[in-house]
Ligand binder design. Sequence first.
Ligand SMILES: NC(=O)c1ccc[n+]([C@@H]2O[C@H](COP(=O)([O-])OP(=O)(O)OC[C@H]3O[C@@H](n4cnc5c(N)ncnc54)[C@H](OP(=O)(O)O)[C@@H]3O)[C@@H](O)[C@H]2O)c1
Length: 354
Amino acid sequence: MTADEERSLLHQAVRLAEQGHGTAEPNPLVGCIIVNQSNDIVGEGFHERFGEGHAEVNALLMAGTDARGATAFVTLAPCNHQGKTPPCSQALIDAGIAKVVIGASDPHEEASGGIQKLKDSGVEVTLLEDELCCELLAPFAQKFTTGLPWITCKWAQSRNGSLETPSGDSPWISSAESQQLVHEERGCIDAIIVGVGTVIEDNPSLTVRNATQHRTPVRVVVDPMLRSPQENAIFDSQAPTIIACKEGVNTSAFTACPIIQLPHTNGVMDLQPLCKHLAREYDATHVMAEGGATLFSHIFSQNLANELWVFVAPSVSAEEPIVNMNTLVEQLDTSLLHTDTCGTDTVNRYKVNG
Ligand SMILES: NC(=O)c1ccc[n+]([C@@H]2O[C@H](COP(=O)([O-])OP(=O)(O)OC[C@H]3O[C@@H](n4cnc5c(N)ncnc54)[C@H](OP(=O)(O)O)[C@@H]3O)[C@@H](O)[C@H]2O)c1
């Protein structure tokens, strides 16, 4: 098998792993493909649900005795520790796997050591540190190494960078298909953050609607002076909500939800403690910031954004936006991951570098 064929199988395993998004976290997403000596796929598996079988074990189950002498392509180094499930390195050895091609090493010290164990048992091991496999692992690795969840900033804009809803017709900038995609993602993540401006102007619910709800994201309002109307939809009982205000603000009149107080400098609140609070108290791996532009500009300047999902509608706003999102994105160091079409919108997904 050529190096390109090996990478292509690893990328196939990445696509399998992605199916675990929403159910496998806070564990990493992992995929595994087992190929016999004739290069036929005999086993496929991914980590489907937290606490249940790992990708390798699921792929080995499918392969059965065909695993003997075969090669396993796995997106993350097989674990070596007895956690909720037995070590995968031992399962691969016991099944008679001859070679393991690994896409990314494991930042988890307790789990690492699987590579050495495989080698010590005579299994050939190749570690590629493949870009797609590392991207797949990035949210887990970031949370594990820094205590910060993965922050995706998502918004809908006109072609000339405005977040303002066009007056007249629909209250939405983006297409129904784009809104559906966002609801599907909401059903897979742990928290949604918005600024108080959005809460006051749009009165959003920020719930998961008409989509599979694998988890219920906690709703988070960034509101320095607790200006949010307490009767607004975001404080209803559909999902938990917390509000972040400035340290020192009198909170006694605000009873709609739990409050976290954040340090601030010249009126700007430090959002990092909020993000760490979400990882620690809610075990949040994936957080989506849903605007508006003022909140985004603070998230960007505090280097907290990891990914951008930009839904660009075909419309052009008549007025020059006060905050032009096209300019904000140009000021960031980003790489375009991919561009899709969603209804009438173009969806650009960027990775924020550094
Ligand atoms: N198209 C879209 O995808 C989209 C999405 C969301 C919202 N929107 C639109 O955007 C508009 C609202 O945007 P906006 O920029 O005015 O408001 P916003 O970003 O929702 O909220 C901004 C306010 O949040 C507070 N804030 C946020 N981060 C802070 C920080 N780090 N430190 C201190 N304060 C912080 C400040 O409150 P104080 O003012 O109390 O200081 C700030 O003025 C609405 O018209 C809404 O429809 C569009």
